[in-house]
Structures are given as C-alpha cells and as structure tokens.
Design a protein around this ligand. Structure first.
Ligand code: N2P
Length: 341
C-alpha cells in the first residue's frame, strides 16, 4: 500500500512537471535585467519564454496577424492606443497588480489610456542625439547635425519608422505627428537626401557602435544614451532645441494571451521596487516607480540630466499619437525611404 502511494505521488510529480506553468513575454531588446527573469522563475515556478523585438511596428505586426500568442508585451504610448482601438490588448484586473501603488500617479491615466484600464507604466524617455565629444567639436544642439556632411558616413539613424519620420518632420518645421501629405513628402525627401551620409540604420546595435567609437553622432533614445555614457566617458547626449519626442513605454496583456494569471504575476513582479530598481540599473531608462527610486536614492536618480531633463527640454517634447488610418501613409513613406538606395 505504501509503495503504491509513493508511486502515485511520483506519477503526480511527473505529470505536474511536464505541464509546468509558462508565460510568454515579448519585449524590446535590452529592456530587462535577465537576472530578474531568473528570480521570477525561481520565486513563482513559472517558466518565462522570453522573446525580443526592436520596434513597436515589429511587435504590432506579430500580434496583429494573430498567429503568435504572447502573455506580456511592452508597447509605447501611441501603440498602446492603437492596440486598444483594435482590441488587441485586454483590460487589466488591478486587484491582481497590488504593486501598482509603486507607480507615480503622474504616469497613470495618460492620454493613450485615459482611465488606465489597459496598461501599466514601465519606462519613459526622450529622443535625442548621442555624440562623441572627441569627434564632435560643438554640442549638437540642432537636429540639423544629422544633415551636416561633416559627419558623412559617420552618423547612425534609428531603424524605426515612427521615430525617424517624426524627427524628419520636426526638422522640416512640421508637427511631430503630422499626417499632412506635403509634410510627409518633405520629411521623406529629407531622409532620402540624408541616406548617403548614414553609416547605418540601427536600433539596439547603436550602443555597441557608439561605445566602440564607430560613429560620431547617433539618433538615440535617452535610456540607450545613459547605457552608453555609463560605458564611455567620451559620449554625451542632447535633446535638440527644435524639439523632440517624449515616450512612455507600458506593459500590456494581449487579448489572446493564454496565461493571464501568469502575466499578472509577472507584471506585478516588475512593479516591485527592488525589481524595478534592478531593471533601471541594467537598462538605463527613466522609470515611473517611486519605490524603486527610493531604493536607488532620489539624489542619485535625479542627478542624471538624461533621465531627468529640465522642464524647458520637456516643454519642447511631444508624445506620438495614434494616427488611425493615416498610419498607412507612414508605412508607405518608410518603405520608400528604406528602398530608395
Ligand atoms: C530599448 C528600447 C527602448 C524603447 N532597447 C524606446 N521606446
């Protein structure tokens, strides 16, 4: 009888091991401390299948075609808005995210999710120019730097349609969110003119290239600038005075998620102060998590002009808006820029 009981327990074990709980997480490259994933797995017994993307558009395409199912994704503001609109993300049950209390309320109820029903704030930042102080004589206060042939084949641009077209619009004197045909044509022509001077269109590789001194100037997101500046004393970051983009990256649960309870546990874990502090130290992007900032030390956190830009810089920055049907115009412009070599 005893033997039978032991065998029975053993069989149960094998069955439960075979169907170990899993969540599938789809995030930006270099956007989490890998150690935190291991900690989550050890603490909860939930296995994390982790995959990465480079742009909002890449992630959107994967989710929208419905063939892949993920439990947790990290869209930016305008993409959260689009995915809410297209019913690709589901409402969050806040009862299961108690650590939401750690998120500064100033980051909740943003216009992309006005009642904070679908998204949890994760990081935020600006877009600007990362430059090598040994190679660039004056602080590149203007986006015109990215059209200056002094930096011929010495500049890196973001391989990200919305970001790059948005900045080109600003350079042409238009609104960052313009959908006007004339404005988009001007932005397209500018980027086509710039192409021969661009060493490469990159996303995550910008960090290695700038740290390695392969280029003088690069269009980057602030957190990547922080990461690079921690690695090299030669690098500095500026948000050009014509204005730029400020972004808010969030965490969402896709509508077709298979393990919503697991997703909620993971999201709540990411909102924990100690975990958000680890991620801040590893990833480099500004965070909305007050408990984490307390752990990091408010003085140390606020000392970073990159992650804590002065108000006059923020005043010139705009959030990308979801553009509805006009998004197609951007897709078209981007295809033409990238193919027009
Ligand atoms: C990190 C990507 C940052 C996302 N590799 C900017 N919205």
């Amino acid at each position: 009888m005893k033997k039978f009981a032991v065998l029975f327990v053993l069989a149960l074990c094998i069955v439960s091991c075979a169907v170990a709980e899993k969540i599938s997480v789809y995030n930006w490259g270099d956007y989490i401390d890998p150690e935190t994933i291991k900690m989550f797995e050890a603490e909860t017994g939930i296995e994390v299948e982790y995959m990465v993307y480079e742009t909002n558009e890449d992630m959107y395409a994967k989710i929208a075609n419905g063939k892949s199912s993920y439990d947790v994704i990290f869209p930016s503001d305008y993409m959260v808005e689009r995915m809410i609109h297209e019913k690709l993300v589901q409402e969050i049950n806040w009862e299961n995210i108690p650590n939401i209390v750690n998120i500064d309320s100033r980051f909740m109820n943003e216009s992309y999710d006005p009642e904070s029903r679908y998204s949890v704030p994760y990081t935020w930042g600006t877009m600007g120019i990362l430059y090598n102080t040994g190679m660039v004589k004056e602080v590149p206060h203007s986006w015109d730097t990215m059209m200056d042939d002094t930096y011929n084949m010495d500049m890196l641009m973001l391989n990200s349609p919305r970001d790059t077209i948005g900045i080109a619009l600003v350079m042409c004197g238009y609104d960052l969110n313009s959908t006007d045909d004339e404005a988009l044509e001007a932005a397209k022509q500018l980027l086509i003119k710039q192409k021969p001077m661009v060493l490469a269109y990159v996303v995550d590789e910008v960090k290695d290239k700038m740290i390695g001194g392969e280029a003088s100037v690069a269009m980057v997101w602030s957190g990547d600038a922080t990461f690079c500046m921690d690695e090299s004393d030669e690098l500095d970051y500026v948000v050009p005075e014509e204005g730029s983009n400020i972004f808010f990256d969030a965490i969402c649960i896709p509508s077709n998620a298979k393990n919503v309870a697991g997703a909620e546990k993971f999201i709540d874990f990411l909102c924990r102060g100690d975990i958000a502090a680890m991620n801040y130290n590893y990833v480099g992007y500004a965070i909305p998590n007050t408990a984490a900032i307390e752990i990091i030390g408010a003085d140390e956190y606020n000392a970073s002009p990159v992650n804590n830009p002065p108000q006059e810089v923020l005043d010139k920055c705009q959030v990308f808006k979801y553009l509805g049907e006009d998004t197609k115009k951007y897709d078209q412009v981007w295809t033409e820029i990238i193919s027009e070599y």
